[in-house]
Ligand binder design. Structure first.
Ligand code: SF4
Length: 550
Protein backbone atom coordinates (compact mmCIF):
# COMPACT_ATOMS: atom_id res chain seq x y z
CA UNK A 1 0.00 0.00 0.00
CA UNK A 2 2.67 2.46 1.05
CA UNK A 3 4.79 1.69 -2.00
CA UNK A 4 1.89 2.16 -4.30
CA UNK A 5 0.02 5.09 -2.76
CA UNK A 6 2.53 6.64 -0.40
CA UNK A 7 2.06 7.12 3.32
CA UNK A 8 -0.83 9.02 4.77
CA UNK A 9 -3.71 6.76 3.80
CA UNK A 10 -6.93 8.23 5.07
CA UNK A 11 -5.14 11.18 6.68
CA UNK A 12 -4.36 13.13 3.49
CA UNK A 13 -7.59 15.17 3.36
CA UNK A 14 -7.11 16.04 7.03
CA UNK A 15 -3.60 17.33 6.32
CA UNK A 16 -4.92 19.42 3.42
CA UNK A 17 -7.71 20.77 5.64
CA UNK A 18 -5.11 21.80 8.21
CA UNK A 19 -3.04 23.52 5.52
CA UNK A 20 -6.13 25.30 4.15
CA UNK A 21 -7.00 26.56 7.63
CA UNK A 22 -3.58 28.19 8.04
CA UNK A 23 -3.84 30.60 5.13
CA UNK A 24 -6.04 32.03 2.41
CA UNK A 25 -5.09 29.44 -0.19
CA UNK A 26 -3.10 26.24 -0.03
CA UNK A 27 0.29 27.22 -1.43
CA UNK A 28 3.10 25.33 -3.14
CA UNK A 29 4.99 25.15 0.18
CA UNK A 30 2.02 23.43 1.84
CA UNK A 31 1.77 20.93 -0.99
CA UNK A 32 5.48 20.13 -0.77
CA UNK A 33 5.22 19.68 3.00
CA UNK A 34 2.23 17.34 2.77
CA UNK A 35 3.78 15.48 -0.19
CA UNK A 36 6.94 14.93 1.83
CA UNK A 37 4.98 13.75 4.86
CA UNK A 38 2.86 11.26 2.96
CA UNK A 39 5.53 10.41 0.37
CA UNK A 40 3.48 11.16 -2.68
CA UNK A 41 4.37 13.25 -5.71
CA UNK A 42 3.53 16.93 -5.27
CA UNK A 43 1.43 16.67 -8.43
CA UNK A 44 -0.85 14.13 -6.73
CA UNK A 45 -1.43 16.54 -3.85
CA UNK A 46 -1.91 19.45 -6.25
CA UNK A 47 -4.51 17.38 -8.13
CA UNK A 48 -6.51 16.82 -4.96
CA UNK A 49 -6.07 20.39 -3.74
CA UNK A 50 -7.32 21.75 -7.05
CA UNK A 51 -10.29 19.40 -7.16
CA UNK A 52 -12.13 19.96 -3.88
CA UNK A 53 -14.13 23.14 -3.26
CA UNK A 54 -12.71 23.45 0.27
CA UNK A 55 -9.16 23.67 -1.04
CA UNK A 56 -9.49 25.11 -4.53
CA UNK A 57 -11.34 28.29 -3.52
CA UNK A 58 -10.04 31.23 -1.55
CA UNK A 59 -10.68 31.24 2.22
CA UNK A 60 -10.83 34.37 4.31
CA UNK A 61 -10.64 34.37 8.09
CA UNK A 62 -14.43 34.31 7.92
CA UNK A 63 -15.61 31.87 5.21
CA UNK A 64 -19.29 31.95 4.25
CA UNK A 65 -20.92 29.21 2.19
CA UNK A 66 -24.33 30.02 0.74
CA UNK A 67 -26.60 27.16 -0.26
CA UNK A 68 -27.63 27.07 -3.92
CA UNK A 69 -29.44 23.72 -3.64
CA UNK A 70 -32.96 23.24 -4.95
CA UNK A 71 -34.94 24.11 -1.83
CA UNK A 72 -32.95 27.33 -1.36
CA UNK A 73 -33.37 28.05 -5.07
CA UNK A 74 -37.15 27.57 -4.74
CA UNK A 75 -37.42 29.72 -1.64
CA UNK A 76 -35.18 32.57 -2.78
CA UNK A 77 -34.58 32.14 -6.50
CA UNK A 78 -31.05 32.97 -7.58
CA UNK A 79 -30.92 35.85 -5.10
CA UNK A 80 -29.07 34.28 -2.19
CA UNK A 81 -25.57 34.70 -3.62
CA UNK A 82 -26.15 38.36 -4.67
CA UNK A 83 -27.65 39.04 -1.22
CA UNK A 84 -24.61 37.56 0.49
CA UNK A 85 -22.31 39.37 -1.93
CA UNK A 86 -23.94 42.69 -1.04
CA UNK A 87 -23.90 41.98 2.69
CA UNK A 88 -20.27 40.85 2.79
CA UNK A 89 -18.92 43.11 0.03
CA UNK A 90 -17.05 40.23 -1.55
CA UNK A 91 -17.58 38.35 -4.81
CA UNK A 92 -18.37 34.63 -4.78
CA UNK A 93 -15.24 32.54 -5.10
CA UNK A 94 -13.00 35.29 -3.79
CA UNK A 95 -11.67 36.86 -0.59
CA UNK A 96 -11.89 40.48 0.49
CA UNK A 97 -8.74 42.58 -0.05
CA UNK A 98 -7.82 42.37 3.65
CA UNK A 99 -8.38 38.61 3.72
CA UNK A 100 -11.05 38.90 6.39
CA UNK A 101 -13.98 37.32 4.54
CA UNK A 102 -14.65 34.97 1.61
CA UNK A 103 -17.81 33.72 -0.05
CA UNK A 104 -18.70 30.54 -1.92
CA UNK A 105 -21.84 28.81 -3.17
CA UNK A 106 -22.55 25.19 -2.18
CA UNK A 107 -25.03 22.56 -3.41
CA UNK A 108 -26.54 21.85 -0.62
CA UNK A 109 -26.03 22.50 3.11
CA UNK A 110 -28.82 20.22 4.37
CA UNK A 111 -31.13 22.88 5.82
CA UNK A 112 -33.81 22.36 3.14
CA UNK A 113 -36.58 22.46 5.77
CA UNK A 114 -35.66 26.06 6.67
CA UNK A 115 -34.35 27.52 3.38
CA UNK A 116 -32.65 29.70 2.37
CA UNK A 117 -29.50 28.73 4.24
CA UNK A 118 -25.83 29.58 4.67
CA UNK A 119 -22.93 28.42 6.83
CA UNK A 120 -20.93 31.24 8.39
CA UNK A 121 -17.83 29.27 9.28
CA UNK A 122 -19.51 26.38 11.09
CA UNK A 123 -22.54 28.41 12.19
CA UNK A 124 -25.74 27.88 10.20
CA UNK A 125 -27.99 30.77 9.23
CA UNK A 126 -31.43 30.20 7.73
CA UNK A 127 -34.50 32.15 6.74
CA UNK A 128 -35.51 34.86 4.30
CA UNK A 129 -33.51 37.57 6.13
CA UNK A 130 -30.28 35.84 5.13
CA UNK A 131 -28.60 39.03 3.89
CA UNK A 132 -29.40 40.97 7.10
CA UNK A 133 -28.33 38.06 9.24
CA UNK A 134 -24.96 37.89 7.53
CA UNK A 135 -24.39 41.52 8.51
CA UNK A 136 -24.80 40.69 12.18
CA UNK A 137 -22.30 38.77 14.27
CA UNK A 138 -25.07 37.22 16.36
CA UNK A 139 -26.97 34.60 14.42
CA UNK A 140 -30.28 33.32 15.79
CA UNK A 141 -30.33 29.62 16.61
CA UNK A 142 -31.42 27.58 13.61
CA UNK A 143 -34.41 25.30 14.25
CA UNK A 144 -33.56 21.61 14.64
CA UNK A 145 -34.69 19.23 11.90
CA UNK A 146 -38.35 18.30 12.55
CA UNK A 147 -38.86 14.54 12.30
CA UNK A 148 -41.66 12.07 12.81
CA UNK A 149 -42.14 8.31 12.57
CA UNK A 150 -45.28 7.25 10.70
CA UNK A 151 -44.36 3.62 10.11
CA UNK A 152 -45.95 0.82 12.19
CA UNK A 153 -42.49 0.30 13.75
CA UNK A 154 -39.84 2.96 14.28
CA UNK A 155 -36.72 1.52 12.69
CA UNK A 156 -34.26 4.21 11.73
CA UNK A 157 -35.43 7.13 13.83
CA UNK A 158 -36.06 4.99 16.90
CA UNK A 159 -33.08 6.25 18.89
CA UNK A 160 -34.02 9.82 18.18
CA UNK A 161 -37.40 9.34 19.74
CA UNK A 162 -35.87 7.65 22.79
CA UNK A 163 -37.74 4.40 22.10
CA UNK A 164 -34.54 2.37 21.91
CA UNK A 165 -30.98 2.74 23.09
CA UNK A 166 -28.04 2.15 20.80
CA UNK A 167 -25.40 -0.61 21.25
CA UNK A 168 -28.05 -3.09 22.43
CA UNK A 169 -27.27 -5.76 19.85
CA UNK A 170 -23.53 -5.37 19.35
CA UNK A 171 -22.21 -6.93 22.60
CA UNK A 172 -24.09 -10.22 22.07
CA UNK A 173 -23.36 -10.36 18.35
CA UNK A 174 -19.63 -9.77 18.68
CA UNK A 175 -19.28 -12.11 21.64
CA UNK A 176 -21.29 -15.05 20.34
CA UNK A 177 -22.77 -14.36 16.89
CA UNK A 178 -21.69 -15.66 13.54
CA UNK A 179 -21.01 -13.42 10.53
CA UNK A 180 -22.92 -15.81 8.27
CA UNK A 181 -25.98 -15.65 10.56
CA UNK A 182 -25.87 -11.84 10.54
CA UNK A 183 -25.75 -11.78 6.75
CA UNK A 184 -28.60 -14.31 6.59
CA UNK A 185 -30.79 -12.20 8.89
CA UNK A 186 -30.18 -9.05 6.85
CA UNK A 187 -30.94 -11.04 3.71
CA UNK A 188 -34.28 -12.22 5.19
CA UNK A 189 -35.04 -8.57 6.01
CA UNK A 190 -34.62 -7.70 2.33
CA UNK A 191 -32.67 -4.60 3.35
CA UNK A 192 -31.36 -2.69 0.35
CA UNK A 193 -29.02 0.27 0.09
CA UNK A 194 -30.78 3.53 0.90
CA UNK A 195 -28.31 5.83 -0.85
CA UNK A 196 -30.04 5.44 -4.20
CA UNK A 197 -28.54 2.30 -5.73
CA UNK A 198 -30.93 -0.10 -3.91
CA UNK A 199 -28.37 -2.92 -3.92
CA UNK A 200 -29.15 -5.81 -1.50
CA UNK A 201 -27.03 -5.23 1.62
CA UNK A 202 -26.38 -8.87 2.51
CA UNK A 203 -25.21 -9.55 -1.04
CA UNK A 204 -22.74 -6.66 -0.86
CA UNK A 205 -21.37 -7.91 2.47
CA UNK A 206 -20.97 -11.41 1.05
CA UNK A 207 -19.13 -10.03 -1.97
CA UNK A 208 -16.71 -8.13 0.27
CA UNK A 209 -15.44 -11.27 2.00
CA UNK A 210 -12.37 -11.64 -0.19
CA UNK A 211 -8.81 -11.83 1.10
CA UNK A 212 -8.09 -9.95 4.32
CA UNK A 213 -7.69 -7.21 5.40
CA UNK A 214 -11.15 -5.91 4.58
CA UNK A 215 -12.80 -2.59 5.32
CA UNK A 216 -16.28 -1.20 5.88
CA UNK A 217 -17.16 2.40 5.11
CA UNK A 218 -20.17 4.48 6.16
CA UNK A 219 -21.05 6.83 3.35
CA UNK A 220 -22.10 10.10 4.96
CA UNK A 221 -21.57 12.18 1.84
CA UNK A 222 -25.23 13.10 1.48
CA UNK A 223 -25.15 15.55 -1.39
CA UNK A 224 -28.52 15.33 -3.15
CA UNK A 225 -29.99 18.83 -2.90
CA UNK A 226 -33.20 18.37 -0.90
CA UNK A 227 -31.93 15.54 1.28
CA UNK A 228 -31.00 16.00 4.93
CA UNK A 229 -31.94 12.68 6.59
CA UNK A 230 -28.32 11.52 6.86
CA UNK A 231 -27.48 14.80 8.60
CA UNK A 232 -30.28 14.07 11.06
CA UNK A 233 -28.87 10.59 11.77
CA UNK A 234 -25.21 11.66 11.94
CA UNK A 235 -25.95 14.53 14.29
CA UNK A 236 -28.95 13.12 16.17
CA UNK A 237 -28.08 9.46 16.55
CA UNK A 238 -24.41 8.87 15.69
CA UNK A 239 -24.23 5.76 17.89
CA UNK A 240 -26.93 4.02 15.85
CA UNK A 241 -24.85 4.62 12.71
CA UNK A 242 -21.69 3.42 14.47
CA UNK A 243 -23.38 0.29 15.79
CA UNK A 244 -24.63 -0.43 12.25
CA UNK A 245 -21.08 0.01 10.94
CA UNK A 246 -19.66 -2.28 13.63
CA UNK A 247 -22.25 -4.94 12.76
CA UNK A 248 -21.37 -4.54 9.08
CA UNK A 249 -17.69 -4.96 10.01
CA UNK A 250 -18.47 -8.16 11.88
CA UNK A 251 -20.60 -9.52 9.03
CA UNK A 252 -17.87 -8.76 6.49
CA UNK A 253 -14.94 -9.75 8.73
CA UNK A 254 -13.44 -6.25 8.62
CA UNK A 255 -11.48 -4.93 11.57
CA UNK A 256 -11.53 -1.34 10.51
CA UNK A 257 -14.35 1.02 9.63
CA UNK A 258 -14.35 4.55 8.28
CA UNK A 259 -17.16 7.10 8.47
CA UNK A 260 -16.89 9.63 5.65
CA UNK A 261 -18.82 12.81 6.48
CA UNK A 262 -19.13 15.72 4.06
CA UNK A 263 -17.55 18.97 5.20
CA UNK A 264 -20.82 20.82 4.56
CA UNK A 265 -22.00 19.08 7.78
CA UNK A 266 -19.47 20.36 10.35
CA UNK A 267 -21.70 19.54 13.33
CA UNK A 268 -22.06 15.97 12.06
CA UNK A 269 -18.26 15.60 11.80
CA UNK A 270 -17.91 16.69 15.44
CA UNK A 271 -20.75 14.48 16.71
CA UNK A 272 -19.43 11.42 14.93
CA UNK A 273 -15.91 11.96 16.29
CA UNK A 274 -17.30 12.38 19.80
CA UNK A 275 -19.41 9.24 19.38
CA UNK A 276 -16.36 7.22 18.28
CA UNK A 277 -14.45 8.38 21.36
CA UNK A 278 -17.41 7.53 23.62
CA UNK A 279 -17.85 4.11 21.98
CA UNK A 280 -14.16 3.35 22.53
CA UNK A 281 -14.43 4.41 26.17
CA UNK A 282 -17.49 2.17 26.60
CA UNK A 283 -15.61 -0.81 25.15
CA UNK A 284 -17.72 -1.08 21.99
CA UNK A 285 -14.68 -0.43 19.81
CA UNK A 286 -11.08 -1.52 20.20
CA UNK A 287 -9.23 -4.78 20.67
CA UNK A 288 -11.02 -8.02 21.65
CA UNK A 289 -14.32 -6.15 21.79
CA UNK A 290 -16.60 -7.28 24.64
CA UNK A 291 -14.35 -10.22 25.47
CA UNK A 292 -14.45 -11.60 21.95
CA UNK A 293 -11.42 -12.15 19.73
CA UNK A 294 -12.72 -9.52 17.31
CA UNK A 295 -10.99 -6.16 16.91
CA UNK A 296 -12.88 -3.27 15.44
CA UNK A 297 -12.10 0.42 15.35
CA UNK A 298 -13.45 3.39 13.44
CA UNK A 299 -12.02 6.58 12.04
CA UNK A 300 -14.01 9.62 10.93
CA UNK A 301 -12.80 11.36 7.75
CA UNK A 302 -14.10 14.77 6.77
CA UNK A 303 -14.83 15.35 3.07
CA UNK A 304 -13.73 18.48 1.27
CA UNK A 305 -16.63 19.65 -0.88
CA UNK A 306 -17.55 17.49 -3.87
CA UNK A 307 -20.97 16.07 -4.76
CA UNK A 308 -19.66 13.14 -6.75
CA UNK A 309 -17.72 11.69 -3.82
CA UNK A 310 -21.09 10.23 -2.78
CA UNK A 311 -20.46 7.65 -5.52
CA UNK A 312 -18.55 4.81 -3.89
CA UNK A 313 -15.49 4.63 -6.15
CA UNK A 314 -15.13 8.42 -5.94
CA UNK A 315 -15.60 8.24 -2.18
CA UNK A 316 -12.79 5.71 -1.89
CA UNK A 317 -10.53 8.01 -3.91
CA UNK A 318 -11.42 10.88 -1.58
CA UNK A 319 -10.77 8.78 1.52
CA UNK A 320 -7.28 8.09 0.24
CA UNK A 321 -6.63 11.74 -0.48
CA UNK A 322 -6.96 11.65 -4.25
CA UNK A 323 -9.26 13.61 -6.54
CA UNK A 324 -12.81 12.45 -5.84
CA UNK A 325 -13.48 11.24 -9.35
CA UNK A 326 -15.30 8.10 -10.40
CA UNK A 327 -13.49 5.09 -11.87
CA UNK A 328 -14.99 2.40 -14.11
CA UNK A 329 -16.40 -0.72 -12.45
CA UNK A 330 -15.54 -3.63 -12.32
CA UNK A 331 -13.56 -4.14 -10.25
CA UNK A 332 -16.16 -3.22 -7.64
CA UNK A 333 -15.09 -1.85 -4.27
CA UNK A 334 -16.12 -5.17 -2.72
CA UNK A 335 -13.11 -6.63 -4.56
CA UNK A 336 -10.83 -3.60 -4.89
CA UNK A 337 -11.66 -0.84 -2.46
CA UNK A 338 -9.77 1.02 0.25
CA UNK A 339 -6.03 0.37 -0.15
CA UNK A 340 -6.97 -2.07 -2.91
CA UNK A 341 -8.66 -4.37 -0.38
CA UNK A 342 -12.25 -5.70 -0.27
CA UNK A 343 -14.45 -2.89 1.03
CA UNK A 344 -18.17 -2.61 1.67
CA UNK A 345 -19.47 0.94 1.35
CA UNK A 346 -22.92 1.42 2.87
CA UNK A 347 -25.01 4.54 3.18
CA UNK A 348 -25.59 5.99 6.66
CA UNK A 349 -29.36 5.37 6.60
CA UNK A 350 -28.79 1.76 5.53
CA UNK A 351 -26.42 1.16 8.45
CA UNK A 352 -28.80 2.86 10.89
CA UNK A 353 -31.45 0.22 10.07
CA UNK A 354 -29.14 -2.76 10.77
CA UNK A 355 -29.31 -2.76 14.62
CA UNK A 356 -33.13 -2.90 14.47
CA UNK A 357 -33.06 -5.77 11.97
CA UNK A 358 -30.78 -7.81 14.22
CA UNK A 359 -32.67 -6.96 17.37
CA UNK A 360 -36.15 -7.76 16.04
CA UNK A 361 -35.27 -10.21 13.29
CA UNK A 362 -35.21 -10.00 9.53
CA UNK A 363 -38.74 -11.40 9.24
CA UNK A 364 -40.15 -8.57 11.39
CA UNK A 365 -38.42 -6.03 9.17
CA UNK A 366 -39.68 -7.73 6.01
CA UNK A 367 -43.26 -7.35 7.24
CA UNK A 368 -42.85 -3.58 7.03
CA UNK A 369 -43.22 -1.81 3.74
CA UNK A 370 -44.09 -3.62 0.58
CA UNK A 371 -43.27 -7.10 -0.77
CA UNK A 372 -41.43 -5.37 -3.62
CA UNK A 373 -39.40 -3.22 -1.28
CA UNK A 374 -39.36 -4.02 2.41
CA UNK A 375 -38.92 -1.77 5.42
CA UNK A 376 -38.98 1.92 5.96
CA UNK A 377 -37.46 4.98 4.30
CA UNK A 378 -36.62 8.40 5.60
CA UNK A 379 -38.24 10.99 3.36
CA UNK A 380 -37.25 14.66 3.46
CA UNK A 381 -39.81 17.39 2.79
CA UNK A 382 -38.55 20.85 1.84
CA UNK A 383 -39.30 24.30 3.23
CA UNK A 384 -42.23 25.06 0.90
CA UNK A 385 -44.29 22.32 2.60
CA UNK A 386 -46.55 23.38 5.45
CA UNK A 387 -44.83 20.77 7.66
CA UNK A 388 -41.29 20.28 6.31
CA UNK A 389 -38.91 17.79 7.90
CA UNK A 390 -37.90 14.12 7.91
CA UNK A 391 -40.57 11.41 8.02
CA UNK A 392 -39.99 7.72 8.47
CA UNK A 393 -42.54 5.98 6.24
CA UNK A 394 -43.01 2.45 4.99
CA UNK A 395 -42.20 1.70 1.38
CA UNK A 396 -45.30 1.60 -0.78
CA UNK A 397 -47.24 4.50 0.73
CA UNK A 398 -48.60 6.83 -1.97
CA UNK A 399 -46.70 10.05 -2.54
CA UNK A 400 -50.02 11.83 -1.97
CA UNK A 401 -50.01 10.62 1.66
CA UNK A 402 -46.51 12.03 2.15
CA UNK A 403 -47.16 15.31 0.36
CA UNK A 404 -50.67 16.07 1.59
CA UNK A 405 -51.21 14.21 4.87
CA UNK A 406 -47.71 14.39 6.35
CA UNK A 407 -46.44 17.53 4.64
CA UNK A 408 -49.83 19.24 4.83
CA UNK A 409 -49.52 20.46 1.25
CA UNK A 410 -47.78 23.74 0.57
CA UNK A 411 -47.58 26.80 2.77
CA UNK A 412 -50.45 29.28 2.33
CA UNK A 413 -50.16 31.32 -0.85
CA UNK A 414 -48.27 28.67 -2.82
CA UNK A 415 -49.55 26.08 -5.29
CA UNK A 416 -47.68 22.87 -6.06
CA UNK A 417 -46.46 22.92 -9.66
CA UNK A 418 -43.93 20.08 -9.56
CA UNK A 419 -42.23 17.72 -7.16
CA UNK A 420 -38.49 17.14 -7.39
CA UNK A 421 -37.74 13.57 -6.30
CA UNK A 422 -34.25 12.40 -5.30
CA UNK A 423 -32.38 15.62 -6.13
CA UNK A 424 -32.09 17.55 -9.41
CA UNK A 425 -30.94 14.41 -11.21
CA UNK A 426 -33.72 12.28 -9.70
CA UNK A 427 -36.35 14.03 -11.76
CA UNK A 428 -39.72 15.76 -11.56
CA UNK A 429 -43.32 14.68 -11.14
CA UNK A 430 -46.49 16.68 -11.67
CA UNK A 431 -49.21 17.07 -9.01
CA UNK A 432 -51.24 14.58 -11.10
CA UNK A 433 -48.65 11.87 -10.36
CA UNK A 434 -49.12 11.79 -6.58
CA UNK A 435 -50.91 8.44 -6.53
CA UNK A 436 -47.62 6.75 -7.41
CA UNK A 437 -46.39 4.65 -4.48
CA UNK A 438 -43.02 5.27 -2.82
CA UNK A 439 -41.26 2.39 -4.55
CA UNK A 440 -38.03 2.83 -6.49
CA UNK A 441 -39.15 0.49 -9.27
CA UNK A 442 -42.49 2.20 -9.82
CA UNK A 443 -40.91 5.65 -9.68
CA UNK A 444 -38.34 4.54 -12.23
CA UNK A 445 -41.22 3.50 -14.48
CA UNK A 446 -42.57 7.04 -14.13
CA UNK A 447 -39.20 8.43 -15.24
CA UNK A 448 -37.77 9.50 -11.88
CA UNK A 449 -35.20 8.04 -9.48
CA UNK A 450 -35.97 7.82 -5.76
CA UNK A 451 -32.35 8.61 -4.97
CA UNK A 452 -31.97 9.35 -1.29
CA UNK A 453 -35.68 10.06 -0.79
CA UNK A 454 -35.99 13.82 -0.86
CA UNK A 455 -39.11 15.60 -2.06
CA UNK A 456 -38.71 19.27 -2.91
CA UNK A 457 -41.95 21.14 -3.57
CA UNK A 458 -41.69 23.47 -6.55
CA UNK A 459 -44.40 26.11 -6.47
CA UNK A 460 -46.01 27.88 -9.39
CA UNK A 461 -43.92 31.04 -8.95
CA UNK A 462 -40.84 29.23 -10.23
CA UNK A 463 -40.67 29.33 -14.01
CA UNK A 464 -39.82 26.24 -15.99
CA UNK A 465 -36.93 28.05 -17.63
CA UNK A 466 -35.35 28.90 -14.27
CA UNK A 467 -35.76 25.31 -13.13
CA UNK A 468 -34.25 23.92 -16.34
CA UNK A 469 -31.23 26.18 -15.87
CA UNK A 470 -30.97 25.10 -12.23
CA UNK A 471 -30.80 21.41 -13.22
CA UNK A 472 -28.15 21.92 -15.92
CA UNK A 473 -26.13 24.31 -13.72
CA UNK A 474 -26.10 21.74 -10.93
CA UNK A 475 -24.98 19.02 -13.35
CA UNK A 476 -22.22 21.20 -14.83
CA UNK A 477 -20.99 22.41 -11.43
CA UNK A 478 -20.85 18.97 -9.84
CA UNK A 479 -19.64 16.80 -12.74
CA UNK A 480 -16.38 15.25 -11.51
CA UNK A 481 -14.84 15.69 -14.97
CA UNK A 482 -13.54 12.14 -15.28
CA UNK A 483 -15.33 11.53 -18.58
CA UNK A 484 -15.76 13.89 -21.50
CA UNK A 485 -19.46 13.25 -22.28
CA UNK A 486 -20.48 14.47 -18.84
CA UNK A 487 -17.79 17.13 -18.34
CA UNK A 488 -18.45 18.80 -21.69
CA UNK A 489 -22.03 17.66 -22.22
CA UNK A 490 -23.36 19.31 -19.06
CA UNK A 491 -21.87 22.63 -20.20
CA UNK A 492 -23.49 22.19 -23.63
CA UNK A 493 -26.71 21.52 -21.77
CA UNK A 494 -26.41 24.83 -19.92
CA UNK A 495 -26.09 26.61 -23.25
CA UNK A 496 -29.03 24.73 -24.73
CA UNK A 497 -31.18 25.58 -21.70
CA UNK A 498 -30.95 29.25 -22.61
CA UNK A 499 -32.76 28.42 -25.91
CA UNK A 500 -35.91 27.29 -24.08
CA UNK A 501 -38.87 27.71 -24.41
CA UNK A 502 -38.58 26.51 -27.94
CA UNK A 503 -40.29 24.72 -30.76
CA UNK A 504 -37.17 24.79 -32.91
CA UNK A 505 -36.53 21.38 -34.48
CA UNK A 506 -32.83 22.18 -34.51
CA UNK A 507 -32.66 22.84 -30.75
CA UNK A 508 -34.68 19.75 -29.94
CA UNK A 509 -32.57 17.52 -32.15
CA UNK A 510 -29.36 18.94 -30.62
CA UNK A 511 -30.84 18.13 -27.24
CA UNK A 512 -31.60 14.55 -28.34
CA UNK A 513 -28.03 14.12 -29.56
CA UNK A 514 -26.73 15.44 -26.26
CA UNK A 515 -28.99 13.04 -24.33
CA UNK A 516 -27.69 10.15 -26.44
CA UNK A 517 -24.06 11.07 -25.73
CA UNK A 518 -24.71 11.46 -22.00
CA UNK A 519 -26.72 8.22 -21.72
CA UNK A 520 -24.30 6.03 -23.59
CA UNK A 521 -20.92 7.64 -22.92
CA UNK A 522 -21.05 8.66 -19.25
CA UNK A 523 -18.98 6.66 -16.84
CA UNK A 524 -21.39 6.81 -13.90
CA UNK A 525 -25.03 7.32 -12.96
CA UNK A 526 -24.48 11.06 -12.59
CA UNK A 527 -24.03 11.77 -16.30
CA UNK A 528 -26.37 8.96 -17.33
CA UNK A 529 -29.06 10.38 -15.05
CA UNK A 530 -29.17 13.87 -16.55
CA UNK A 531 -31.23 13.04 -19.68
CA UNK A 532 -34.01 11.32 -17.71
CA UNK A 533 -34.17 14.21 -15.23
CA UNK A 534 -34.42 16.81 -17.99
CA UNK A 535 -36.97 14.71 -19.88
CA UNK A 536 -39.13 14.49 -16.74
CA UNK A 537 -38.92 18.26 -16.36
CA UNK A 538 -39.91 18.77 -20.00
CA UNK A 539 -42.88 16.46 -19.47
CA UNK A 540 -44.15 18.31 -16.39
CA UNK A 541 -43.56 21.77 -17.91
CA UNK A 542 -44.40 20.88 -21.51
CA UNK A 543 -46.82 23.82 -21.80
CA UNK A 544 -44.11 26.31 -20.77
CA UNK A 545 -41.02 24.82 -22.38
CA UNK A 546 -42.37 23.27 -25.58
CA UNK A 547 -45.17 25.64 -26.60
CA UNK A 548 -45.30 24.21 -30.13
CA UNK A 549 -46.26 20.77 -28.82
CA UNK A 550 -48.90 22.01 -26.43
FE1 SF4 B 1 -17.68 12.11 -13.42
FE2 SF4 B 1 -19.88 12.80 -14.78
FE3 SF4 B 1 -18.26 10.97 -15.79
FE4 SF4 B 1 -19.74 10.42 -13.57
S1 SF4 B 1 -20.53 10.78 -15.61
S2 SF4 B 1 -17.59 9.92 -13.95
S3 SF4 B 1 -19.74 12.47 -12.59
S4 SF4 B 1 -17.71 13.13 -15.40
Amino acid sequence: WEQRFGRGGTGVLGRLHAAAARRERIGADDLHDVAEEVRRPVAALAGAAGYYADFAGAHGIRHVRVCVGTSCFVSAGDHTIPLAEAALAVEPGSTSADGSVSLAGAYCLGFCYASPAALDGHTPITGPELGDRLLSADHPVVPAIPYRVTSRRAVTLAGLTGAEESWQVWPQVVAGGSPAAIRAEVSIAGLRGRGGAEFPVAQKWEAARGAEPRFVVANGDEGDPGSFCDRLLLEGDPHRVLEGLALAGFAVGANRGVVFVRSEYPAAVGRMRAAVAAARAAGHLGTDVHGSSFDFDVEVVEGAGSYVTGEETALLHALQGFRGSVRPRPPYPTEYGLAGRPTSVNNVETLAAVPWVLRHGGAAYAQLGNPVETGTKLVCLSQRFRRPGVYEVEFGVPLRYIVETLGGGLKPGYTLRALQVGGPLGGFLSPDDLDIPLLAEVLAGAGVALGHGSLVAIDDRITARELLRHVWSFAAAESCGACTPCRVGTRRGMELATRFPTDSEQVLSQQEELFEVLSTGSLCAFGRGVPAAVRSLLRVYRDELLPGEH
